[in-house]
Ligand binder design. Structure first.
Ligand SMILES: [Zn+2]
Ligand SMILES: [Zn+2]
Length: 342
């Protein structure tokens, strides 16, 4: 089968072609696993973190990709949930131990043995992949394969971030950064909490206008002061500067939820501007989002199908994965980037 592989960590400024096209054997599903013939795989900012070594794969070479849609093409022993040709999705959670206190309490995303698709195990930048059947999800019929792919990461983790804000009806939410996850959160909130006001902080005029079109109450620049204090803010940027800005805009008792697997180091000195009385006092909280649990993905897919949420997608052939990654790095974003795999 054809796959795009990463053989070592690489700085993209020095090498804009980090992945190579390779011919690999089709993997064999073991007991409890299924073989998927991949049709679509989303391209995520986390791949940039893997490639540049901020969250490096433990072994090389590795096939990246953790927003995968495909059809069952083979069954390992004792597989019972799915049959040949079922359409399934795979997300960032590849497996967890199932026995630790985190797993037993539904927080399998925090399991010490959490394995990530496309980082710890080969993922979906390939014609085939294997996955434990317990970590695959039927895709609701309202979505095409390409539409479903970005929902499996940006959507599911956006959903988890929204849950972690602890917001109630009538409160005010801020969104810092307005990429794939931010715009899906706005659509979810508009549906689930129609009386909530949503304030969007985005870099470009186009993003701000897009936010207003999707129903944001207000949209401004990253360092603008919001017209009212906010009960929660979700930050989806890869940098530090928005953190003190967001803390300043929080209401007393408000919570900042940081939805980023890693922050880039470049502007870390922005944190030295933290001012305790205006940024942290009055019981303001900071909480990060780590990974996703299967329940996030299942609940989000159901919600997304009901609304329905259909992401704007831009497709690339598998062999152009490097171009898609570089455009993401340079923030040339017109909808979610998805590899279409034949
Ligand atoms: Zn992702
Ligand atoms: Zn566990």
């Amino acid at each position: 089968m054809l796959a795009m592989i990463l053989s070592r960590t690489i700085q993209l400024d020095e090498n804009p072609r980090p992945l190579q096209l390779a011919e690999l054997p089709i993997p064999e599903p073991k007991e409890g696993e299924i073989l998927l013939k991949v049709s679509a795989c989303g391209v995520c900012h986390t791949e940039l973190d893997e490639i540049e070594g901020r969250t490096p794969p433990p072994l090389f070479p590795v096939v990246p990709g953790h927003q995968v849609v495909g059809r069952v093409a083979g069954l390992g022993k004792s597989v019972s949930r799915f049959k040949e040709d079922d359409r399934l999705g795979v997300a960032w959670i590849y497996s967890a131990c199932g026995r630790c206190a985190y797993c037993l309490s539904g927080n399998e995303n925090l399991c010490p043995d959490f394995r990530a698709t496309g980082r710890d195990v080969n993922g979906g930048y390939a014609q085939y992949m294997v996955i434990p059947e317990a970590f695959a999800y039927p895709i609701p019929s309202v979505f095409t394969d390409e539409e479903a792919a970005p929902l499996l990461c940006a959507g599911a983790i956006g959903y988890r971030s929204m849950k972690l804000t602890n917001l109630h009806h009538g409160q005010a939410l801020g969104l810092t950064g307005f990429g794939a996850s931010g715009h899906l959160v706005l659509k979810m909130v508009r549906h689930k909490y129609p009386d909530m006001s949503v304030y969007v902080f985005a870099r470009s005029r186009q993003e701000q206008e897009f936010a207003i079109q999707l129903g944001a109450t207000w949209a401004g620049d990253m360092d603008d002061e919001s017209p009212q204090k906010l009960d929660a803010i979700i930050d989806t940027t890869p940098v530090w500067k928005p953190i003190p800005e967001a803390l300043k805009n929080l209401a007393p008792g408000g919570r900042l939820v940081i939805n980023a697997i890693r922050k880039e180091e470049a502007d870390k000195e922005a944190l030295l501007g933290l001012d305790y009385p205006s940024h942290l006092w009055m019981e303001k909280e900071i909480k990060s989002v780590a990974n996703v649990a299967r329940s996030d993905i299942q609940e989000f897919l159901e919600l997304a199908a009901n609304i329905p949420i259909k992401p704007e997608v831009e497709t690339f052939p598998l062999e152009n994965a490097n171009q898609a990654l570089m455009e993401l790095k340079q923030r040339k974003i017109r909808g979610a980037k998805v590899l279409k795999i034949t």
